[in-house]
Design a protein around this ligand. Structure first.
Ligand SMILES: NC(=O)c1ccc[n+]([C@@H]2O[C@H](COP(=O)([O-])OP(=O)(O)OC[C@H]3O[C@@H](n4cnc5c(N)ncnc54)[C@H](OP(=O)(O)O)[C@@H]3O)[C@@H](O)[C@H]2O)c1
Length: 308
């Protein structure tokens, strides 16, 4: 069955938890923005087209594009300031890259100290040209992280009105729950795709479902490797997904997004593309679910074996 995207596509919304931020069900990831080669006017158009589609949440990190993406996005906001109140901005902190932008960094390392988190947020606000972040995530678990210090710092940022909600990224279940005990977290942003299924089996998703907190998902298409990667089982996996997509008359990637969003922890996938058509394909994945046999066919092809 050939597929055509519906003309009336609108992205639904989700609240990541009872106390969490309202986000679009599909979040636009900005990691690769420097690769898109867009002029500032094209960046404004891209953001406006996302908003028109209902994709209003944009995922950043201080380090994206070698500390360059936030200012590219900020330039678009400075050109079209009315966009700020129609979007949600997510950013991250806690990784220090060796970069010409940060000559004082002599080794790549993590820093979740109060001083670094606070300075990083101030810099993200400056680059993005905004007075607040809707959601701030600690980018990676830091072996030197003091949960009490991080919680206290988050509280201070909230009281200052600089950050409305807090979360983490790439945390284990125990790390998430340790910090969540001290200050309520809105999400754990983790890698997940048919080529990376670990969070389904290492308690990450179960723990979040239990707490009623939706995970965010990075690299849902395995960074593009779902289309062309040479991993074990990848060829068969592609054939299985394509077979289901063709039978349902849906695009290949829509089936992958639907497969992810069908999990009961309500994962919120991030796109990685600068093409509005590819974002529409992700949004189309919010409109249908897979039968259990089809869902498990993808799981079986992903792992190379049946469930027991
Ligand atoms: N928290 C973390 O540690 C972490 C880590 C990595 C990423 N992230 C976040 O997650 C976001 C998404 O990650 P990602 O960029 O890896 O997502 P992804 O969707 O898995 O991969 C995006 C890549 O897939 C390609 N692609 C999409 N559709 C395609 C198609 N039909 N055929 C061939 N290639 C296709 C895109 O190319 P085109 O541009 O040509 O469409 C792009 O290069 C990032 O932007 C970032 O915000 C977070």
């Amino acid at each position: 069955m050939p597929h055509t995207l519906p003309t009336d596509l609108t992205c639904p919304r989700i609240t990541t938890c009872a106390h969490g931020p309202g986000l679009s069900r599909i979040v636009a990831g900005m990691w690769r923005m420097t690769e898109w080669g867009m002029s500032v006017e094209q960046r404004v158009d891209f953001i406006e087209n996302c908003i028109a589609l209902g994709v209003t949440s944009f995922d950043h990190a201080d380090i994206y594009g070698g500390y360059g993406v936030e200012s590219l996005f900020g330039d678009a906001l400075r050109l079209q300031p009315s966009m700020r109140d129609r979007i949600e901005l997510i950013s991250k902190c806690g990784i220090k890259l060796v970069s010409p932008q940060r000559p004082q960094h002599t080794i790549q390392h993590y820093d979740t100290s109060a001083a670094h988190i606070t300075a990083s947020v101030d810099e993200s606000l400056r680059q993005l040209g905004t007075d607040r972040l809707d959601l701030l995530l600690i980018h990676r678990p830091d072996p030197l992280m003091d949960f009490d210090e991080v919680a206290h710092t988050f509280l201070g940022l909230r009281q200052a009105g600089k950050v409305l909600h807090f979360g983490v990224s790439n945390f284990s279940r125990h790390q998430f729950e340790s910090l969540d005990k001290r200050i309520k977290l809105a999400t754990n942003q983790v890698e997940f795709s048919p080529l990376h299924t670990a969070p389904m089996f290492d308690e990450t998703f179960d723990g979040l479902q239990d707490l009623g907190v939706a995970p965010m998902i990075w690299s849902p298409l395995a960074g593009g490797r779902l289309f062309n990667g040479g991993e074990e089982h990848a060829d068969n996996l592609r054939l299985v997904i394509k077979g289901i997509a063709d039978d349902m008359g849906q695009p290949f990637a829509s089936v992958v997004f639907a497969w992810i969003m069908q999990l009961p922890s309500q994962p919120v996938p991030l796109t990685g593309t600068g093409r509005i058509e590819a974002i529409k394909v992700a949004v189309a994945g919010t409109r249908f679910t897979l039968s259990r046999p089809d869902w498990f066919s993808i799981l079986r092809a992903a792992r190379g074996h049946e469930v027991a």
